[in-house]
Ligand binder design. Structure first.
Ligand code: CXF
Ligand code: ZN
Length: 378
């Protein structure tokens, strides 16, 4: 029994920005009050891991244990934890769901104000770390999860208990990227049956938006990408039309989509993280009711500039969506059930499976755009 004792285990440590992770042994402290120590069963790579692993200017936090898309089993719990117990299967998430604050209690938001989201290097409650290396140096956390370790400690506000019947290599996807995309269509946009949707960028997030829109009954799903091969991939997730943005040079993208959709899509999703693409998306969502949802992570400091006269006259909505607008503890179990009921496709997102030791290969694949999700297990 390891409860109450430090655990020595393997982890992939990011020692320097942009350099391969180093598999080494680390010490994981027991959970403090309101914390859960988790044995990670599966973890996958999400693009945000790469974004913060690359960070040189401003410098990121190193050494650090990355990883935030995962599923695991509760190894032990700290004081005051009554939501989960040893052996439960749980999904950690980077957004907290305290269930208690004005935002968590409202149906209209998933942005907890008791534990507000920031890209912190610490545990959420007491701003300390549970990780040290064998030399005694502190290792930083990432997005309150740090799943590139055999064991991790996560605040109970960031943990959702799930039905253990769902295979871990599928449940893992619900921890970040796929939930974000599906949620953006389902919760943030609330796409209704018969809608026309345009998705800018068909990486895992954009394809998950397509899957969410398909699940909601959208009839037309227009995918936009620089890579024409993405149309075939997209069809699996309900993409019905495709625009190759690399060859779209004589017209603005928004013009093409406005023509295709007879006056604009009902819902546009920006999944790349480019201000210029947000402008295009906003320009081709339908006047009066069109909604543009920003999911892509742009460079810090990037600005949008909108013509206020056009904003006034268009009646369009522009909004962002963090974690797809999902309330983790309420919505993740619903998505897990939809997968089990064969209403939500998850299998097709896993393009590669590898052992945890090969984690740097996953970084290469995602950097080259050659995978959707690389799934790793212990
Ligand atoms: C992201 C969302 C934007 C900030 C960093 C984390 N989510 C998950 O990958
Ligand atoms: Zn992520």
């Amino acid at each position: 029994n390891t409860a109450g004792k430090p655990i020595r285990c393997r982890a992939a440590v990011g020692r320097k920005a942009g350099e391969p992770l180093v598999i080494e042994e680390v010490i994981v402290a027991p959970p403090n009050p309101y914390e859960v120590r988790i044995r990670i069963i599966c973890t996958s790579l999400c693009h945000s891991d790469i974004t913060f692993w690359k960070l040189k200017d401003p410098p990121g936090y190193f050494p650090r244990i990355f990883g935030h898309e995962s599923v695991g089993a509760v190894e032990s719990i700290g004081e005051n934890v009554d939501e989960v117990m040893e052996g439960d299967i749980v999904i950690p998430s980077f957004l907290a769901d305290c269930g208690d604050c004005i935002d968590c209690k409202s149906k209209k938001s998933n942005l907890c104000s008791k534990f507000p989201f920031e890209v912190s290097p610490w545990m959420h409650r007491d701003k300390t770390s549970r990780f040290t290396d064998l030399k005694g140096e502190t290792l930083y956390h990432f997005l309150y999860v740090s799943s590139f370790s055999e064991y991790t400690v996560v605040d109970v506000a960031h943990v959702t208990k799930i039905d253990p019947a769902i295979p871990p290599n599928r449940a893992c996807l619900l921890s970040c990227g796929v939930s974000t995309g599906v949620g953006a269509a389902w919760r943030t946009a609330d796409v209704e049956a018969g809608s026309t949707v345009a998705i800018f960028g068909l990486g895992a997030i954009g394809l998950a938006v397509a899957e969410g829109a398909r699940m909601c009954g959208a009839t037309r799903i227009i995918g936009v990408d620089v890579n024409p091969d993405k149309f075939e991939t997209g069809k699996t997730f309900g993409v019905t039309d495709f625009v190759n943005s690399a060859t779209c040079t004589d017209k603005r993208l928004s013009e093409v989509i406005n023509e295709m959709s007879g006056g604009g899509a009902d819902y546009c999703f920006e999944c790349v993280g480019l201000a210029s693409l947000v402008h295009e998306a906003y320009a081709c969502c339908r006047k009066g009711w069109g909604k543009t949802i920003v999911l892509g992570v742009d460079k810090p400091g990037a600005h949008l500039s909108l013509n206020s006269f056009e904003v006034l006259h268009s009646g369009k909505i522009l909004t962002g969506s963090l974690f797809g607008g999902l309330k983790a503890k309420y919505d993740i179990p619903i998505l897990a059930k939809r997968y089990m009921d064969k209403e939500l496709q998850l299998d097709e997102f896993v393009t590669h499976e590898m052992s945890f030791e090969d984690i740097n290969k996953a970084f290469d694949l995602l950097l080259e755009g050659k995978c959707l999700r690389c799934m790793g297990g212990y």
